[in-house]
Design a protein around this ligand. Structure first.
Ligand code: NAD
Length: 482
C-alpha cells in the first residue's frame, strides 16, 4: 500500500504546504495505520487563499459562460481520467466500501457537468413597476465563497459543491474534512492544471483552525457548510460576530422510514436495511436510522431485518464483496459505542449487533457490527439523537397520527421515507412530515436537479438543483429613467 507523503494544499495556483509547516496524520480506519499526512493549514494559509481568490474572482466574473462551462468540464474530464486513483485513496482514507464509493466519484463528475450546463439560467427579471423607467434585476456573484466539507463523502462534496459557486462567477476556498483529506491533494493538482490561479483554493486542516479562520474572514461573504448541527450552529454564531454573511447549512438527520401494513414484509425489510447505508457504516446524513413499523407487521418485518443485517459482509473496504467497512475514525467508533450503552441503559431491546465483530481481521481498526434496537421510543437517546453510525432504531405505531408524532419528534428534518401502496395515506403522511426531502416507496437516492436540504435543525437552503446555483448570487435591482 502506497504511503502518501504530505498532500499539497492549493493556494493561488500553487501546490503548497501549511505556512506553519505543521501536518496531521491520515489514518486508514481499517488498519489504524498512518497512510499519509495532510498540511495543518491555519489562519495564515486562509489569509493567503482569500487574497488569491479575491484577485482571481475579478477576472472570472467577466468570463463568458461558455468558457466557465469549458473549465468545469475540463476538471470533470481530468477527474474521470484519475477516477481509479482517487477511488482507491478515498476508500483507504474513509473506510467506506469501494463499490459505493465508485458512485461518489461518478456523482462528482456528473454534478460538475450539470452545473456547467446551467450558466444561462443565471437570469434576472424585468418588473413593470413604472412607465417612465425600465426596471430589472441582475444576478451578481458574491465574490469569495467558503465551502466546508464533512468526512463521509470528501471527494464527492469537494467536486460537486465547487460547481455552482464557480458557474455563478465566484471563486472558492474548500476546507476538506481533517480525518479524510488525502483525495483533496489530487483535486489540488487537477484544479491547478485546469483552472486560473486562485480560482479554486484548497486549505486542509482542523475545523478549529483552518475552518474557523475561513468562517471568520470578512471577505468570505458566502459560506456553505455541510456537517453536524453543533458545528453548524457554532459557524452561524462565529460568522455573525464578524459581519453579515449568507450562510447555508446542510446538517444532520435522524430520518424516519414509515412502513404501512400493506407493504410486503420482504420488500419493507430489504428497503429498511438498504436505507441504513451500511456501505458507509450508516455514516450518511440521509440514512433512515428510525424505522417506524406498523404493529401489524412489526414482528415479521423486524425478523427479516435482523436476518438480512446478520448476512451483511463486513470486511476490507477495498474488497468489492464487502458491504460494510470500519467507522471513519476512533472518535466515530467511540460515539457509536456510547450510544449503544445509552440504548441498553434506556431499555431498548438489542436484536443484533451492538458490539465489535470478532476475528483477527478486526483486531485493529474501527469496526462495529450493524446493529438493530427494537422497542425504541422518541424519549430515549437513540430515539432522537443522530448517531451517524450503523445503528437502526425500530419504533412501533398503530395509527397515522402516532406515526407522524414519532416521525416529527426530533430536532431534525432532513429526509423521510414513506412506504404504502395507498396514495391517499402516502399523500397525508408526505404533507405531515417535517422533512425537506421525501421518498414515497423509495429511500436514499438523490436525483440531480431536485433540491436537497433540511427543515428544522437539519439545515438552511437547498443544494443539488437550480436553487443552489442561484444561492451563489446576489440580486442587484436597476432602474433606468427613460
Ligand atoms: P463536523 O460538523 O464535525 O465537521 C464538518 C466540517 O466542519 C469538517 O471539515 C470540520 O473540520 C469543520 N469544522 C469543525 N468545526 C468547525 C468550526 N468551528 N469552524 C469551521 N469549521 C469547522 O461533521 P462531520 O463529523 O465531518 O460530518 C458528519 C455530520 O455531517 C453529520 O451530522 C451528518 O449528518 C452531516 N452531513 C450532512 C449532510 C447533508 O447534506 N445534510 C451530508 C453529509 C453529512
Amino acid at each position: 500500500m502506497r504511503y502518501v507523503e504530505t498532500t499539497p494544499m492549493l493556494i493561488n495556483g500553487e501546490l503548497v504546504q501549511a505556512a506553519s509547516g505543521k501536518t496531521l496524520d491520515s489514518v486508514n480506519p481499517a488498519t489504524e495505520e498512518v497512510i499519509g499526512r495532510i498540511p495543518a493549514g491555519g489562519p495564515a494559509d486562509v489569509e493567503a487563499a482569500v487574497a488569491a481568490a479575491a484577485r482571481a474572482q475579478v477576472e472570472w466574473a467577466k468570463t463568458e459562460m461558455d468558457e466557465r462551462a469549458a473549465r468545469l468540464r475540463a476538471v470533470a474530464a481530468r477527474v474521470a481520467e484519475r477516477a481509479d486513483e482517487i477511488l482507491q485513496l478515498e476508500v483507504r482514507d474513509t473506510g467506506n466500501t469501494i463499490s459505493k464509493m465508485r458512485g461518489d466519484v461518478g456523482m462528482g463528475i456528473k454534478v460538475l457537468e450539470y452545473y456547467a450546463g446551467l450558466g444561462l439560467e443565471l437570469k434576472g427579471s424585468t418588473i413593470p413597476a413604472s412607465q417612465d423607467h425600465l426596471h430589472f434585476t441582475l444576478r451578481e456573484p458574491y465574490g469569495v465563497v467558503g465551502r466546508i466539507i464533512p468526512f463521509n463523502h470528501p471527494v464527492m462534496f469537494a467536486l460537486s459543491r465547487m460547481a455552482a459557486p464557480l458557474m455563478a462567477g465566484n471563486s472558492i476556498i474548500i476546507k476538506p474534512p481533517e480525518a479524510s483529506s488525502l483525495s483533496a491533494g489530487i483535486l489540488a493538482e487537477i484544479c491547478r492544471d485546469e483552472l486560473p490561479a486562485g480560482l479554486v483554493n484548497i486549505v486542509t486542516g482542523t475545523g478549529a483552525e483552518a475552518g474557523a479562520a475561513l468562517v471568520r474572514h470578512r471577505q468570505v461573504k458566502r459560506l456553505a457548510f455541510i456537517g453536524s448541527v453543533p458545528t453548524g450552529l457554532a459557524i452561524q454564531r462565529a460568522a455573525a460576530e464578524v459581519c453579515v454573511k449568507h450562510v447555508s447549512l446542510e446538517l444532520g438527520g435522524k430520518n424516519p422510514m414509515i412502513i404501512f401494513p400493506d407493504v410486503d414484509p420482504e420488500v419493507a425489510a430489504t428497503a429498511a436495511v438498504s436505507a441504513m447505508n451500511f456501505a458507509w457504516q450508516g455514516q450518511s446524513c440521509g440514512s433512515c436510522s428510525r424505522l417506524l413499523l406498523h404493529e401489524d407487521v412489526y414482528d415479521e418485518v423486524l425478523r427479516r431485518i435482523v436476518e438480512k443485517t446478520e448476512q451483511l459482509i463486513i470486511g476490507d473496504p477495498l474488497d468489492p464483496q464487502s458491504q460494510m467497512g470500519p467507522m471513519n475514525s476512533r472518535m466515530q467508533l467511540d460515539k457509536v459505542e456510547h450510544y449503544v450503552r445509552t440504548a441498553h441503559e434506556d431499555g431498548a431491546r438489542l436484536m443484533t449487533g451492538g458490539e465489535r465483530p470478532e476475528g483477527r481481521q478486526f483486531e485493529r481498526g474501527y469496526w462495529f457490527k450493524p446493529t438493530v434496537f427494537a422497542e425504541v421510543t422518541p424519549q430515549i437517546r437513540i430515539g432522537h439523537e443522530e448517531i451517524f453510525g450503523p445503528v437502526l432504531s425500530v419504533f412501533r405505531w398503530s395509527d397515522e397520527q402516532e406515526a407522524l408524532r414519532i416521525a416529527n419528534s426530533t430536532e431534525y428534518g432532513l429526509t423521510a421515507a414513506i412506504w404504502t401502496n395507498d396514495l391517499n395515506k402516502a399523500t397525508r403522511m408526505m404533507r405531515g412530515v417535517k422533512s425537506g426531502y421525501v421518498w414515497i416507496n423509495g429511500f436514499s437516492a438523490h436525483h440531480l436537479g431536485t433540491p436537497f436540504g433540511g427543515m428544522g435543525n437539519s439545515g438552511l437552503g437547498r443544494e443539488e438543483g437550480i436553487e443552489e446555483l442561484l444561492s451563489y448570487t446576489e440580486n442587484k435591482t436597476v432602474h433606468i429613467k427613460l
